[in-house]
Design a protein around this ligand. Structure first.
Ligand code: TPP
Ligand code: MG
Length: 327
């Protein structure tokens, strides 16, 4: 597949946009104005950017506790996300959800939750709704490697396979569940993708730190799903840089080695792709620095918006934040 130049530039932009937003969250977290736990995806941006750009705006996505990149990648609003993390009424979940409960129907982002595996059946249900309505959308379910260990994952894969639902599973395999590596959780000879293929759906593994690989694999899988071939499972290998939950680094704890961390840092998806685009003469160093500056300004503005927004009215605490009935 030949990718057009505009898409390549946008892939770079989207990764940088996600990175800068999360680095700013990390920098300002100690101010204690963001009072919810935050799970940062720094290091994993290529999956969010590549899958997000391959999806259409009328496709649905559901996500996990580590949802910032998925939401922004899907075309979410940065001011609405930062305001949500600040607990403000202008947040995408009206300030009632925080970092782990992002929801925004306007971009088809149908929710993220803190309970591991919780959104998988929601994504499967969205796939069923799409099939019943005979629409051309698809439902994308983001999940982590550990989430494949939840019973609901197996039930949902089976349901989607049996009914040939238009569902894309995107597994970000960052090799850890909090402090537990895959090696203490799953048998050594197991491939997650092979296991899922054994359950009756198509699947592939790819380099989740190469945004072109992610975009290309996601686009191919999505066309197959739209063509009626049923669900598809994509596993992308990648690595989380910061602690499981929070703004800091935690390599000193000892659950992973500095050597492993440094090897993954060398595979930082952003400079790798930036160098590729420069070598293809698609972008110059000065255009990159313009891009960086404009993203920094946009992020700064989103934080000002969040800080200046009011808190929700306590009288509305029991009102739901979810969907308006548009019928
Ligand atoms: C049902 C359930 N069990 C345990 C937890 C605690 N928990 C929160 S995140 C997490 C790790 C999930 O790992 P993975 O799915 O690989 O995603 P990652 O954090 O690596 O992105 C765990 C065990 C939870 N929130 N819900
Ligand atoms: Mg994981």
């Amino acid at each position: 597949m030949q990718l057009n130049d505009k898409i390549k530039i946008e892939l770079l932009h989207r990764m940088k946009w996600i990175r800068c937003s999360e680095e700013t969250i990390a920098e300002r977290y100690a101010e204690q104005k963001m009072r919810c736990p935050t799970h940062l995806c720094i290091g994993q941006e290529a999956v969010s950017a590549g899958v997000g750009l391959a999806l259409r705006s009328d496709d649905y996505a559901v996500s996990t506790h580590r949802s910032h990149g998925h939401y922004l990648g899907k075309g979410g609003s940065l001011p609405a996300m930062i305001a949500e993390i600040y607990g403000k009424a202008s947040g995408c979940s009206k300030g009632k959800g925080g970092s782990m409960h992002l929801i925004d129907q306007s971009v088809g982002f149908m929710g993220s939750t803190a309970i591991v595996g919780n959104t998988i059946p929601v994504g499967a249900g969205l796939g069923l709704a799409i099939q019943l309505e005979d629409s051309e959308s698809i439902s994308c379910i983001f999940l982590g490697d550990a989430t494949t260990e939840e019973g609901v994952f197996a039930e949902s894969v089976n349901f989607c396979a049996q009914r040939k639902l238009p569902v894309l599973f995107v597994c970000e395999n960052n090799f850890y569940s909090v402090y537990s590596p895959l090696s203490v959780r799953q048998p050594a000879n197991r491939s997650i993708t092979k296991m899922v293929k054994g359950m009756g759906i198509q699947g592939e593994v790819g380099d989740g730190n190469d945004v072109l690989v992610v975009y290309t694999m996601a686009s191919k899988a999505i066309s197959k799903i739209r063509a009626g071939e049923g669900p598809y499972f994509l596993e992308f290998t990648t690595y989380r840089w910061r602690e499981h939950c929070g703004p800091n680094y935690d390599n000193h704890i000892g659950y992973r080695t500095e050597k492993e961390f440094m090897e993954w840092k060398k595979k930082d998806p952003i400079p790798l792709f930036e160098r590729k685009l420069v070598s293809e003469s698609l972008i110059t160093a000065s255009k990159i620095s313009e891009m960086d500056q404009s993203i920094e300004k946009e992020v700064e503005k989103a934080f000002v918006f969040a800080e200046e927004s009011p808190f929700p009215n306590p009288g509305e605490a029991n009102q739901h934040v979810y969907f308006e009935n548009t019928q």
